[in-house]
Design a protein around this ligand. Sequence first.
Ligand code: HEM
Length: 128
Amino acid sequence: MSETFGFLAVLLFIAANAYYPAKEIAKQYRPWTKEMTRFFKQYLHLHAALNLVAFLFVIIHAHFAEPDEKNLILQITMVLTLWLTIAGVMMYYQVSLGLKKKHLRIMHTQQVVFALWLVFIIVGHSLG
Ligand code: HEM
């Protein structure tokens, strides 16, 4: 159960977050055509939806994992995932709760947080 949901979550996270490198690459080919703009608009909806489903899968994955597999790094990773998901939902649905748009964007799209999130997932799982 835990393994299946973990595997599905990875697949969804990859499909959802390829959005970021794809957009970074595409930025070098500006100005964009109408099709390109439309593509990234639609991909953003997919980014949001797939990340939300992946988060649900990660919760199931973690819940059913063996107690000795729940190390500190993976617990921090869970908090980071929750952070990214909440900030993403706030950006997407424009629920600022008094925060400036600029700050909300920083909270969700910081390269450092994204890189840390990836490193923690890999390191946490390699510890067993
Ligand atoms: C762990 C889950 C997530 C990760 C790792 C993640 C990662 C990222 C990254 C790295 C960016 C920056 C893209 C760029 O600069 O072009 C981004 C943008 C964005 N994400 Fe997420 N995200 C996650 C979940 C979500 C969720 C659940 C939502 C909404 C329901 C969401 C909504 C957004 C929005 C609105 C943007 C701004 C898009 C733009 O202006 O191009 N994200 N995300």
